[in-house]
Design a protein around this ligand. Sequence first.
Ligand SMILES: [Zn+2]
Length: 309
Amino acid sequence: MSYFPTVGLEIHAELKTKSKMFCSCVNNPDEKQPNVNVCPVCLSHPGTLPVINRDAVRKVIKTGLALNCQIPQYSKFDRKNYFYPDLPKGYQISQLYMPFCENGFLEINCSPEGEQVPYGTGRKIRIREIHLEEDTGKLIHPEGADYSLVDFNRAGVPLMELVTEPNIHSAKEARKFAEEFQLILRYLDVSYANMEKGQLRIEVNISLQCKSKIQMPKSKSNPKSKIQNPKLGTKVEIKNLNSFRAVEKGIDYEIERQSEILEKGEKIVQETRGWHDTKQITISQREKEEAHDYRYFPEPDLPMLHIGS
Ligand SMILES: [Zn+2]
């Protein structure tokens, strides 16, 4: 039996702005001294209020326009509640219900098999949305120590998240999309987008379907032909992909791992797995959360934004 992979990407990019997302602290990704670019707002002292960074909003919308997105007239922020030591507020200001950009696409000049095709004949990878949120601090684990340290310089840095529709069908296509997206971010001058510095972070969602249960494209030579997917398989998320190569290898590894499980007649567990770059495998980390686990609700301290033309 053979299986057909479906992949969706979630890509975070730190924005290149002078100040942070909701305060006037310097946004300097190269700062080496810990906890110097901080203030009562990004450290979440009681009684402080956020103020929206206009330049960050402009940069997200600029990216959305370059990726053929619709820009809704109104947009607003929501609170995503969870606890982690690098998140001083106990919630992250993000967007769930009304993101800045929706329904875009990016054409990639590559077939699912990875062959280059001329621009204008490649597949259009659909983009569900691009939203804006704030980054967290960084945890540092000194070697051999039985404690961890927190650096809040990055807490509150503007972070853009792009979410594709699940319409990527191979590791090579996913890699190509991510590489093209990096080029666009740099061309627009909205992000440094260095993967090795964590300025561009890619997460992959992948599921497999049995080929006999789906209608494959009529012609292999026509990459634009639609693939009918009545129902996707169980979704597994891969994190900790620190290079484009890791994105490709991680997807290929998961296709093989999940195929073997299905072949044995067993079920795929919906979970988050981490890519282990040295061993070139994915390792189970935790069961996947759903949006309702975060008890999202509208951010009461920020106004709704009206986007002019
Ligand atoms: Zn601050």
